[in-house]
Write a protein that binds this ligand. Structure first.
Ligand SMILES: NC(=O)c1ccc[n+]([C@@H]2O[C@H](COP(=O)([O-])OP(=O)(O)OC[C@H]3O[C@@H](n4cnc5c(N)ncnc54)[C@H](OP(=O)(O)O)[C@@H]3O)[C@@H](O)[C@H]2O)c1
Length: 209
């Protein structure tokens, strides 16, 4: 299966590398494909195009850009993204990462879904950091990735990608629950960075779920 990832930053690269290792064909979208090539030298199954070509190249497209640029970029790609699954891993953070700028009764994922009504948005991959992502067995325990969507097809894609990346997948219901999954990511940042609890841990749902 082909996956396009918009953005060659820390998180997009971490997810793309892991999926490429599992045999997915990963097409990165970048503002400067030539300059971004160096980040992936020696890794099979990865190519880099401009954003428009990358969005056209696969039926599953991961949004991996900072929130402040996400809506503008996705709006420009609306035609290329029609009918496709959008995996939204963004967190709508303030520039100093001290708070969410969207939340309460809204979320980044819901805003993306409103912007792209003909795409199928699933929230996933936003609660694990880029540094931890290559190590799904954190401290010997399988870490989990929470996902939510209003589309069963998009959830199926999320399950496949999460499992391929080595994580336990947890279905967290409707897309509107993204407002709580994004808050979980903010809690992680708050504890890890602002309260200095360290960064080699993640949240886990236990019990019958
Ligand atoms: N870092 C993490 O641990 C982590 C974890 C979970 C979720 N996330 C979320 O993932 C998203 C990406 O975070 P990141 O840490 O990967 O960010 P990053 O390292 O700063 O990279 C973001 C990438 O977005 C692309 N981009 C597109 N338009 C841009 C613009 N106008 N200015 C700057 N970059 C632009 C760039 O790729 P090109 O240069 O190739 O165009 C850039 O490398 C964010 O929404 C973040 O909240 C991050």
């Amino acid at each position: 299966m082909k996956i396009s990832i918009l953005g060659t930053g820390k998180m997009g690269s971490a997810v793309g590398r892991q999926l490429a290792k599992c045999g997915y064909q990963v097409i990165f979208g970048s503002r400067d494909p030539t300059a971004s090539m160096d980040k992936f030298s020696g890794i099979n199954n990865i190519s880099i195009k401009n954003y428009s070509e990358a969005a056209l190249s696969a039926n599953v497209v991961v949004a991996a850009v900072p929130w402040s640029f996400a809506l503008d970029l996705l709006k420009c790609l609306e035609d290329q993204l029609k009918g496709k699954v959008i995996v939204d891993l963004t967190n709508p953070l303030s520039a100093d990462i001290s708070r969410l700028v969207v939340g309460g009764n809204d979320s980044a994922a819901e805003q993306i879904a409103s912007l792209l009504p003909e795409s199928h948005v699933v929230k996933a991959f936003n609660t694990i950091t880029a540094d931890n992502f290559p190590t799904p067995n954190l401290c010997g325990e399988a870490a989990q990735i929470f996902y939510c969507s209003d589309s069963e097809d998009a959830k199926e894609v999320a399950r496949a990608l999460i499992t391929a990346a080595g994580y336990e997948q947890k279905n967290c219901g409707a897309l509107s629950n993204a407002r709580y999954i994004e808050a979980i990511a903010m809690l992680w940042l708050q504890l890890a960075f602002w309260e200095e609890r360290g960064s080699e841990w993640s949240f886990k749902i236990v019990g019958e779920f």
